[in-house]
Design a protein around this ligand. Structure first.
Ligand SMILES: [Zn+2]
Length: 127
């Protein structure tokens, strides 16, 4: 991964976009060398099965789905689940375009984001 992907000093939105792009680039490069689908064949080695289940096409599908979630929840004002004062995720809050809702934070965690993980968010209650 490049420095932009590993640096968590910036905002989570650009960091996540860079992290997804890095995965897409590697998946496309791997697919160019050894096109999907990858199969486990009759191997009983679970690591081979794991590799087959994470072939380039499946990674690109995951990245595309994550981009759709980022489009819905990132860099736009919206209402989204939020933690209440007890730490339960059973409230709705309004997030402004510069605020990362829990969905964006959890997406980023899946790509390795560790800065400021899912603190309780005290947004404007909408329900
Ligand atoms: Zn959201």
């Amino acid at each position: 991964m490049n420095n932009e992907t590993t640096s968590q000093d910036g905002n989570v939105f650009s960091w996540l976009d860079t992290a997804i792009s890095a995965r897409e680039d590697v998946a496309r490069a791997a697919n160019a060398i050894n096109p999907s689908p990858w199969t486990a064949g009759s191997a009983e080695d679970t690591s081979v099965t794991h590799i087959a289940l994470n072939d380039p096409e499946s990674i690109l599908r995951r990245c595309a789905a994550d981009r759709k979630l980022l489009e819905l929840h990132g860099v736009r004002g919206h209402g989204c689940p939020a933690y209440d004062y007890d730490g339960d995720l059973n409230e709705f809050a309004r997030f402004y375009n510069h605020e990362a809702c829990p969905v964006v934070q959890h997406l980023a965690e899946g790509y390795g984001w560790t800065a400021g993980q899912t603190p309780p968010i005290e947004g404007d209650q909408v329900t």
